[in-house]
Every structure is written in structure tokens, then in C-alpha cells.
Write a protein that binds this ligand. Structure first.
Ligand SMILES: Cc1cc2nc3c(=O)[nH]c(=O)nc-3n(C[C@H](O)[C@H](O)[C@H](O)COP(=O)(O)O)c2cc1C
Length: 355
């Protein structure tokens, strides 16, 4: 089932095996390198590759050595990646990730504080070469800051088109900026962007609409993680928030909604019923163990999704479709080389034939 074709938006995918977005922290000065082109090209057999989280503006960066997509130089560096993937017959969306309060002054040339819907620190820490640093209290965004952030997403999406991407995925999951607007514990605003659900979802919908208007909604997806507690998020109204958000997103006509499941399938089924378009699912109905191909098959068989995104399996198995067709074996990913470093644990995972 995973190996049957599908159309997402207007993009034909040869299979339903999506490579989930994974930060690898191997960029240099915000620029992806030739090694990154090799890494993604090795995985061009995916129905769709979604890149690592990529900052659409300087203040959107949340971690060291992540790539950006807000300057012509960054777009040119990404062009090498998209060309490499396309020459191997693949398709690739860039994940635009504004990290909001999950940032740090040490990441920004002017040392400014990160931005967020409200001035509430995450209580978590940032990993740096100098050790773990506390996330500072973010600065509450003004209405001008919000308008600027939307413009930054739009400008970055336009650069993505120049860089040869097939589309962009808006990172609305895992406690980053868009999620910080959605959740009540990170959004205490009293203006049109805070308070009732209709206001908290406004930023997500405005970003989706603006980016869709700029590059075509069929080239835009959004990732959501209902109920996730990553990065200090505590939703009090998941069951009400997400159906209302999905209903508000429907008119925008996006290519897909991508659900990062967080320990329950119930809300996934509710979203499936509300969303008329393509649904990509990272299947995690229970537990933290890496998702398996069997988890994906089960979700497709139960018709809770149209396509399955997998993270660690793609990271460690560049020829994943072939391995699934053969029933395995699968290499386990090594967490020690997830973030930063060189080609080891990045481009040196072998194909079945090489192994
Ligand atoms: C090394 C690593 C980096 C990740 N970085 C991102 C990211 O940049 N954006 C994102 O939306 N999810 C990110 N994730 C989450 C994955 O997309 C995926 O949801 C998670 O790994 C669970 O799926 P799996 O069990 O198939 O690995 C990351 C996961 C890993 C392992």
C-alpha cells in the first residue's frame, strides 16, 4: 500500500512514503552544502521529501547550523539540492520553520531576543557548543511584528520557488511560532490574535493564505501536531482547536495537511473527517519508538491518511522503498549523529545493495 501512487495537491507522487522533516544542523553560515545535496538525492525515491526545518528570516532561527531561506545566496545553495533531487527523479518541499520563542540571542547577529505571541519563556534549553543555555523570555510580538512575520514566510516561499522546490511546508507543529499562536499557554494575547480559538488560529490561517496566494496553494502544505507537549506547549482544548483550525484552512485549498501524531489516533481521525484534501500522517498512535512501515500500512489500511511520513527510517535507509518492497532489513538510526558533524551518520548509511 505504501508503494502505490498518489496526487498531493496537483503533484503526482510515485508512492506514499514521505520523508519527514528532520533538522540535521549541518549548514554552514545558514547555507546548505554539497553534502546536503548528496543526502537528499540519496533519498530521492521518496514519494515526497520534506526538508529539515529552515528559517524564513533571521529571527526565525531556533538552533545552531540550521539552513535559512531568506537571502539569494541561501536560495542558490538550495538550488544545488533541488537539482540533485530532481535529477534523481525526486520531489522536494522545504519546511519553513519560524521557531518563535525557541530561539536565542546568540543565534542572531544583533543579539536581539526571540519573538513570540506572548512574553512567556519556554523553560527549556538551547544546545550550543558552549553548553546548554536557557531560552530567554521572548519579546511579545506587536501587530507590526506579526505582519512582518507573515511577509517573511511569503518572501521565503517565493525564494523557494526560485530555488527550484516543488513546494513549501509550513511548520505549524512541535511548539514553534505557529503552534505558539495556537496554544493557550503560549498565547495570552488580548488582541485579534489571542483569546478564543477563532483568534488563536488567525496567524496560522493568515500565513497559509498569504503563502498560498504568493506561490499557489497547491504548492503549500502545513504540519500540525495536535496535543504535542514539545517545547513547553500545553494545549487545553485540542479536540476543539484542531477541527476549527482545519475548517478554517479548507478554503485556502492547500496541497496537504501533515499530522505529526502525539500518542493518540482519536484527533487524527477527527481531522481526517474534516479535511477533504490529502492527509500525510507521521504515525505515532502510542509511544516514542520510531515509526515503522507496519505503522504506516495500518494507517493507510484504516484510511486515516493518504500518505505516511517517516523520520528515522528514512534517515538510516536511503533506499527505503526498495527495502519495504523486500520486507527489510532496516538499519536503525544512530541518535549520536542526528545533529551536526560530517558525512558520518548523514550520507554514509548504505543501501541494501551496498550493505
Ligand atoms: C533528527 C531529527 C530531527 C527532526 N527535525 C524536525 C524538523 O526540523 N521539523 C519537524 O517538523 N520535525 C522534525 N523531527 C520530527 C520528525 O519529522 C518525526 O515527526 C519524528 O522523528 C517521528 O517520526 P519517526 O518515528 O518516523 O522518526 C525531527 C526528528 C528527528 C529524529
Amino acid at each position: 500500500m505504501l508503494l502505490t501512487p498518489l496526487t498531493a495537491g496537483t503533484l503526482p507522487l510515485p508512492n506514499r512514503l514521505v520523508m519527514a522533516p528532520m533538522t540535521r544542523s549541518r549548514a554552514s553560515g545558514g547555507l546548505v552544502t554539497g553534502l546536503t545535496a548528496e543526502y537528499y538525492a540519496q533519498r530521492a525515491g521518496a514519494g515526497l521529501i520534506i526538508t529539515e526545518g529552515t528559517q524564513p528570516c533571521v529571527i526565525g532561527q531556533g538552533y545552531i547550523d540550521t539552513p535559512g531561506l531568506h537571502t539569494p545566496e541561501q536560495a542558490a545553495a538550495w538550488r544545488v539540492v533541488t537539482d540533485a533531487v530532481h535529477s534523481r527523479g525526486g520531489r522536494i518541499f522545504v519546511q519553513l520553520m519560524h521557531s518563535g520563542r525557541i530561539g536565542h540571542p546568540s543565534l542572531y547577529p544583533d543579539g536581539s531576543r526571540p519573538l513570540a505571541p506572548s512574553a512567556i519563556p519556554s523553560g527549556e534549553k538551547l544546545y550550543t557548543p558552549d553548553g546548554l543555555l536557557d531560552h530567554p523570555e521572548p519579546r511579545e510580538m506587536t501587530l507590526a511584528d506579526i505582519a512582518r512575520a507573515i511577509d517573511d514566510f511569503v518572501a521565503s516561499a517565493r525564494l523557494a520557488m526560485e530555488a527550484g522546490f516543488d513546494g513549501v511546508e509550513l511548520h505549524g507543529a512541535s511548539g514553534y511560532l505557529i503552534h505558539q499562536f495556537l496554544a493557550g499557554n503560549t498565547n495570552r494575547r488580548t488582541d485579534a490574535y489571542g483569546g478564543p480559538i477563532a483568534n488563536r488560529l488567525r496567524f496560522a490561517v493568515e500565513v497559509a493564505r498569504a503563502v498560498g496566494d504568493a506561490i499557489g496553494p497547491e504548492r503549500v502544505g502545513i504540519r500540525l501536531s495536535p496535543g504535542s507537549t514539545l517545547n513547553g506547549i500545553r494545549e487545553s482544548d485540542t479536540e476543539l482547536l484542531y477541527p476549527e483550525l482545519i475548517r478554517a484552512l479548507v478554503p485556502a485549498g492547500l496541497a496537504y495537511v501533515h499530522i505529526s501524531e502525539f500518542g493518540t489516533r482519536d484527533i487524527t481521525k477527527v481531522i481526517r473527517a474534516e479535511w477533504p484534501g490529502t492527509l500525510i500522517l507521521n504515525p505515532h498512535p502510542a509511544g516514542d519508538a520510531p515509526a515503522t512501515a507496519a505503522d504506516g500500512v495500518e494507517a493507510l489500511r484504516d484510511d486515516v491518511a493518504d500518505a505516511i511520513s517517516l523520520g528515522q527510517l528514512w534517515l538510516a535507509n536511503p533506499d527505503l522503498p526498495e527495502r519495504i518492497a523486500a520486507g527489510g532489513p532496516f538499519t536503525a538510526a544512530d541518535p549520536a549523529s542526528f545533529y551536526g558533524g560530517d558525512h558520518r551518520g548523514y550520507t554514509d548509511y548504505p543501501t541494501s545493495a551496498e550493505a
